[in-house]
Design a protein. Structure first.
Length: 606
């Protein structure tokens, strides 16, 4: 029962519809079990009549006398046809039940995968910083598949347990002494096998999960850095790392399969021995072949029909045991999450002034004694930042590597929560106001240094995350022109419908960067944050892009994070960060004239 209790998070995650379907499946399984019992009940009188037509009629009780008036051949044919009909009906019931079971298990697994993916997407940015992509993909692939196996295992037990109980009870009623002994021996055999395999199954499950994730990580790293792998000729390193992990993973999978299926053949052999023993007991008790055959034939068929569901239940319990590791890994993602519709509603109402027109110069954002570190015992990345930002302003963060520029932008975007201090948006606490972070993020756009491009068209990558049928192609073209990438796109074979290749491998670094800028401009946000967004551009293209950005409507506020100071020369204000603190604020000319650290940074970046 402990294994079934460990599945309680799955039950809690089920919708009411799925729970009703599970109840209907259980009722259907009872019908299938009754069909098996009826099948067995129709066989016994048929075999008795076949062995001894006169004495075989005694099984019908009060109906025996009228039935004697019928020709024995007619009665035999009628019973035979009745038995055949019961076989067909019970078989169809079993097929229908198994079909419903497999479909329902697949639907539950699909719901589970949706919920896990939704939970992963809903995790805060700080969580994603602490988990690599291979681990996250492991949740969505192998772990979901393993738990799907557990779901099917539970359904197998639910469907077959009714057959085991009802059919087993019918067999015991036919031959109480013999079948009770057989049942006890079979149960003892299964328990003995399970006792010797349960610990190793749990270990195999842990090895399977951990080594699958390791294989995925090695493959991602090797393929993601394929250029360096080919140049450095390090294929042997990645192949050896993959080979070792993959071997353990495959052997763990085989070990679980062996421990689930091998006992079947042992038990089948054990069952044959028991049937022979029962036959000998009946013979020694003085029953001749005519009396022994009907009962023995019924018991043999019943045992045969009983062994299959018993073995399926045994395999299912073994599978649940082997999948415990994946279930524990997924459990945090099975908790209820804030519904997307409710999140959007909260975001829409979070900013009481969200729809109020703002004029250039109105206050937009304010940092109050803002401090941040990534862990409670980690070093401070930012300390005591005080800053205000007005609508339409062009503000730049500059400073040496590690001064906290990108972290500051993540805090402004609401991706990270301050360790101390506040981020205020139009006077409201960005993290403390319900729904405000989501509302704010719908109004900002971000261009990182590394642009992710999907293996889709130029248009789909610029309107990233928008369904194809909803893409505003006029906005796409306008954003491409503003980002100085329109000429490259129109010169390609299929224009805006041209595929860019996986991760944009068919494009240069500068072209990928300009697609990222076009993506941000397509959003038509109120705040645009460019985090080293022009670092991959040549000087001429950078100048063209910055000129286009400067020409944008002054209702758009722009924050630039740059190491190359030529990018920020025309910004209204420049914030110099050093060791996580604001060292100076001013225009380019003011800082160049009055701050030695800024002049040194300008000389270094030139």
């Amino acid at each position: 029962m402990r294994y079934f209790r460990s599945l309680s998070p799955l039950w809690d995650a089920l919708s009411s519809k799925r729970r009703r379907q599970l109840l209907a499946l259980q009722l259907l399984s009872l019908l299938a079990a009754l069909g098996e019992v009826a099948n067995l009940g129709a066989l016994l009188p048929f075999l008795r009549l076949l062995a001894n037509p006169q004495q075989g009629l005694m099984v019908f009780g009060p109906l025996a006398a009228p039935l004697r008036a019928l020709p024995s051949q007619h009665l035999l044919i009628g019973l035979g046809l009745g038995f055949m009909l019961m076989v067909v009906v019970s078989s169809l019931l079993r097929v229908f039940t198994i079909r419903i079971q497999l479909r329902l298990g697949a639907l539950i697994a699909a719901d589970l995968g949706d919920q896990v993916f939704a939970a992963v997407l809903a995790r805060p940015f700080a969580w994603h910083l602490q988990h690599n992509s291979s681990s996250t993909l492991g949740y969505l692939t192998k772990d979901v598949d393993q738990v799907y196996g557990s779901i099917q295992a539970v359904l197998v037990v639910a469907v077959n347990l009714a057959i085991v109980l009802l059919l087993g009870g019918a067999l015991i009623a036919l031959a109480p002494g013999v079948m009770l002994l057989v049942a006890l021996l079979l149960a003892g055999f299964y328990l003995l096998v399970f006792r010797f395999t349960r610990v190793s199954l749990r270990v195999d499950g842990q090895l399977l999960t951990s080594n699958y994730q390791a294989c995925l990580q090695v493959a991602q790293e090797g393929l993601g850095g394929i250029r360096d792998v080919l140049l450095d000729q390090t294929q042997a390193f990645f192949l050896e790392a993959y080979r070792n992990r993959n071997r353990i993973y495959r052997l763990s999978l085989a070990s679980i399969s062996i421990k689930s299926h091998v006992p079947r053949y042992l038990i089948e052999g054990f069952a044959v021995l028991l049937i022979v023993a029962v036959s000998l007991l009946l013979a020694l008790s003085g029953q001749g072949i005519e009396r022994q055959l009907p009962l023995l034939g019924t018991l043999v068929l019943g045992a045969y029909r009983l062994l299959q569901p018993m073995q399926q239940c045994f395999n299912a319990i073994n599978q649940m045991q082997g999948n415990q590791a994946s279930l524990r890994r997924l459990q945090p993602f099975l908790m209820p999450i804030f519904p997307a519709a409710a999140l959007k509603a909260a975001a829409a109402g979070a900013l009481g002034v969200a729809d109020r027109p703002q004029s250039q110069g109105d206050p937009l954002l304010q940092l109050q004694r803002l401090s941040f570190r990534y862990s409670p015992d980690g070093a401070w990345v930012l300390r005591d930042l005080e800053l205000s930002l007005a609508v339409g302003e062009r503000l730049a963060f500059v400073g040496p590597t590690g001064s906290g520029k990108s972290t500051c932008s993540d805090l402004i975007l609401g991706l990270l929560e301050p360790t101390q201090g506040l981020v205020l948006v139009q006077g409201q606490d960005l993290q403390a106001t319900p729904g405000l972070a989501a509302a704010w993020q719908s109004r900002v756009a971000h261009v990182p240094q590394q642009i992710y491009l999907s293996d889709a068209s130029f248009a789909a990558n610029i309107a990233f995350g928008v369904p194809i049928e909803q893409i505003d192609h006029k906005r796409v073209r306008r954003a491409a022109e503003q980002a100085c990438i329109a000429e490259v796109i129109t010169a390609s074979t299929e224009g805006y419908n041209t595929l860019v290749g996986e991760r944009g491998l068919r494009l240069s670094g500068g072209q990928r960067q300009r697609i990222g800028i076009a993506r941000a401009l397509y959003k038509q946000a109120e705040l645009l944050v460019l985090d080293e967004a022009t670092s991959a551009l040549d000087n001429r293209t950078e100048a063209d892009v910055m000129e286009a950005i400067e020409a944008l409507d002054r209702q758009l506020t722009v924050i630039l994070i740059a190491h190359r100071l030529s990018t920020v020369r025309h910004c209204d204000r420049i914030v110099l960060l050093e060791q996580g603190r604001i060292s100076a604020i001013g225009s380019y000319q003011q800082l160049d004239a009055g701050h030695a650290g800024f002049r040194a940074l300008a000389t270094e970046s030139s």
